[in-house]
Structure formats: structure tokens, C-alpha cells
Design a protein around this ligand. Structure first.
Ligand code: GCU
Length: 138
């Protein structure tokens, strides 16, 4: 299946706000995590098949400090302290990709800030089933 992009402004947000004051975002805005440990953005994504999927987070971090988040999948540990390094400006958007295992059907992917700085400004999450599921051979 083709990659699907989920906008952060449509996600479930705990301790964060949707804003649009830094240009370059996609959709109608981005999520500004509150600057606290534990603030999170939670996406519900659909996987046609169980297995490895790539998650690509589009983000901005106008500071020079990493803004790591823990990525959990359906409440289970996924990726710890996924790094979101500085992008040079709040208007400079970059991507971070990681691979996780998803179940078939809906999956809840939560990204939770692990430092008192909170997470980066979160624009979107793109889920690609192709990367981990190459076409069968033979
Ligand atoms: C600034 C910036 C916000 C950002 C915040 C932060 O206030 O304008 O978009 O979220 O810094 O440090 O998290």
C-alpha cells in the first residue's frame, strides 16, 4: 500500500497545542508540545498487514538541544528516546524515520517527550508499509 500521512493537528494531544505561526508545515498546522516531560501526541494509524513499517516524523526544532520522544505502539514499548535534533529554525522542517512492528488494523502510536523541554514541533507522521514488506518473490 502507498504511504499514508497523518497530520499532527488531527492527532490526540496531551499537554500541547495546535499552532500555525511557523511557516513550512503541511496541513493546517503543527503541534507545539508543552515544555514538560510527558507531553504527548498520539496518532491512530491503519496497517493493512502486520509487520515492519517505517514511521517518518516531520518536525522542527529551533533550538540546539535534542528533543527526544519515546514511541509506544498500542501501549507497548517501541522506540526509546527517538532523537529530534535541532533543525536550525522553527521554520526549518526535517524528517526522522524509524521502523516499528505494527499489528494489522488500527494501531495507536504515541510519541511522549522524555525531557523537560517537551517534544519538537510535530507536523506529521507518515506510515509506510512498503519498506518492511517487500513483494514476495517466487
Ligand atoms: C518557541 C516556538 C514554539 C516552540 C517552543 C518550544 O516558543 O515559537 O513553536 O514550540 O519555542 O521551545 O517548544
Amino acid at each position: 500500500a502507498a504511504p499514508v500521512t497523518y497530520q499532527s493537528e488531527n492527532a490526540t494531544i496531551s499537554q500541547g497545542v495546535v499552532e500555525s505561526n511557523h511557516a513550512g508545515f503541511t496541513g493546517t498546522g503543527f503541534v507545539n508540545f508543552d515544555n514538560v516531560t510527558g507531553s504527548y501526541v498520539e496518532y491512530t494509524v491503519n496497517a493493512a498487514q502486520a509487520g515492519t513499517h517505517s514511521l517518518t516524523f516531520r518536525y522542527a526544532n529551533g533550538t540546539t538541544a535534542n528533543r527526544p520522544v519515546n514511541v509506544t505502539i498500542n501501549g507497548n514499548p517501541g522506540v526509546s528516546n527517538l532523537a529530534f535534533p535541532g533543525t536550525g529554525a522553527w521554520t526549518s522542517w526535517q524528517s526522522v524515520t524509524t521502523n516499528v512492528t505494527l499489528a494489522a488494523g488500527d494501531n495507536v502510536i504515541r510519541t511522549t517527550a522524555t525531557t523537560a523541554n517537551g517534544g519538537p514541533n510535530a507536523d506529521s507522521l507518515t506510515v509506510d508499509s512498503t519498506t518492511g514488506n517487500p513483494p514476495p518473490t517466487g
